[in-house]
Design a protein around this ligand. Structure first.
Ligand code: SF4
Ligand code: SF4
Length: 477
């Protein structure tokens, strides 16, 4: 009975507290990112420019007289450079998602979260916003002081200009994004002349708000607490995955020292190569200290690598105290590039890409739907023929107007009664009621299968034909 019950402290700890900030800053949970220069920073800028450029330019490209990329939700069709995807083309959309997923798995297994650090729009837009912050409010230390200061004219105009720039970027981003779903040139004109439709206007304002909120305020919170990718990435990591890591064997014991100290003096003090300058923490957009080991908040942006390499350079030490490396390499081994998991992802990626290309190549620019009239199974006309009625839908999946000829095959003595040639606009659907008749002696079964043949020719003169199965009913056999 005298046995004491062990008490465990379960006080909740802060989920995220930016490292390396003073008490005032830490309490506000604000991360003041310090600007950094280096190879990886330049690479990220290049990637950012390429992806942003593509994002901004793509909806303005015209192809065959219309917007090359248009995801028309109202008409339920996606136009991509002359190819129109309909809800019936779900397999292509599914293949695109599967290919994208396996590409991501492959890249993550090989090089960790480089997608997050170099290509993710959240990171790209966050860095754009930080760039404006830096240009308008100054360096990291100046920004911290500015925030601590009471409002004055200087602070007011800097803050106002920064928010104006952020809102302008958010608005342009949103207009471009919505421009993928509606005619972009008309959207820009209508929006700025206040003649935009309710839903288009609402979408633009909604995505402006989202962009501004994400890049200005959510920033690392989105990456660390909301993005699902951060949660399941660990399933793809292995000991040969290249990720940003600190070489503690080389860096510890960390500590400041004079640049003039010889290597012998440094060794005598038991110091490693880390001079504990905290720069790697100050440049980190997620506010972590990579020296504490691999953390799920790390987006592999490499900013700390650039910062530390700069410090190593100044100190006259070898670069690479923080680097893209694998766990095996950190422990003195070598990285195994060709490993079953990576090869597996690559093989599946190739197979799915092949299936996607095949599906696109074999995709018919024509689709036919046939609906049997449900009001009467059949009727007999004055000539004694048995007549079945259908509704035919001819879907022109190309973007050009085409003529389609319609006929019936596979039914003895069949007489097709309806338009034999129809003109259908690119991306249009033509619906026509038709009937098929034949004499009773030609029918031997209560249900006879036959085909509607719809045919057209493409630009090169090739015949494109679809034979869609249907049923002819006659119950008095
Ligand atoms: S620890 Fe380094 S690589 Fe990871 S997010 Fe921070 S700066 Fe980027
Ligand atoms: S930047 Fe390099 S030297 Fe400075 S604290 Fe980080 S790891 Fe140590």
């Amino acid at each position: 009975m005298n046995q004491k019950i062990e008490i465990k402290d379960v006080t909740p700890v802060k989920i995220h507290k930016p490292a390396g900030t003073d008490s005032h800053v830490a309490s506000s949970r604000r991360i003041y990112v310090r600007a950094v220069e280096g190879v990886l920073e330049n690479t990220r800028r290049l990637f950012g420019l390429i992806f942003m450029g593509l994002f901004a330019i793509a909806p303005w490209i015209e192809y065959q007289g219309s917007q090359a990329i248009l995801f028309d939700l109202y008409e339920q069709r996606f136009n991509i450079f002359g190819m129109t995807l309909w809800p019936q083309d779900l397999t292509i959309v599914a293949y695109i998602f599967i290919v994208a997923a396996f590409a991501l798995f492959f890249v993550t297994t090989f090089a960790g979260r480089v997608w997050c650090g170099f290509m993710c729009p959240q990171t790209t837009w966050t860095f754009i916003y930080i760039w404006f912050e830096e240009k308008i409010e100054g360096s990291r230390n100046k920004r911290i002081k500015l925030d601590q200061r009471k409002m004055d004219f200087d602070k007011f105009w800097r803050k106002s200009l920064k928010h104006f720039a952020w809102v302008a970027v958010a608005l342009l981003t949103s207009l471009t994004f919505v421009g993928y779903f509606t005619e972009i040139d008309k959207l820009f004109v209508d929006f700025f002349t206040l003649e935009v439709s309710f839903w288009a206007g609402f979408s633009v304002l909604f995505f402006t708000f989202c962009t501004y909120g994400n890049a200005a305020y959510m920033r690392e919170i989105m990456c660390t607490h909301m993005c699902p990718y951060a949660r399941f990435q660990s399933a793809m990591f292995d000991k040969d995955t290249f990720t940003v890591a600190y070489d503690s064997g080389r860096g510890e014991k960390r500590g400041p020292r004079s640049r003039k100290m010889t290597s012998g003096q440094v060794a005598a003090k038991g110091l490693g190569d880390c001079i504990d300058c905290n720069l790697c923490v100050q440049v980190c957009p997620t506010g972590i200290d990579i020296r504490n080991g691999l953390q799920y908040e790390c987006i592999n942006c490499g900013a700390c690598v650039d910062a530390c390499n700069g410090v190593m350079d100044k100190m006259g030490y070898e670069k690479g105290l923080i680097s893209f490396t694998s766990e095996h390499e950190l422990k003195g081994g070598t990285t195994k590039i060709f490993r079953p998991k990576l090869i597996g992802y690559f093989v599946v990626l190739c197979i799915m890409t092949g299936l996607l290309i095949t599906d696109i190549m074999l995709r018919s620019p024509l689709e036919v739907d046939i609906i049997k009239d449900r009001n009467s199974l059949f009727r007999e006309n004055f000539d004694g023929e048995i007549v079945n009625v259908y509704t035919l839908k001819v879907l022109n999946k190309s973007q050009k107007t085409r003529n389609f000829t319609i006929s019936v095959v596979g039914l003895n003595g069949a007489r097709y009664d309806g338009e034999t040639t129809v003109e259908v606009k690119g991306g249009g659907v033509f619906t026509l009621p038709v009937s098929v008749a034949t004499m009773p002696e030609n029918i031997t079964e209560r249900v006879t299968e036959f085909y509607f043949r719809v045919q057209t020719t493409d630009e090169t003169g090739n015949i494109i034909a679809v034979e869609e199965e249907s049923k002819f009913l006659y119950t008095d056999v």
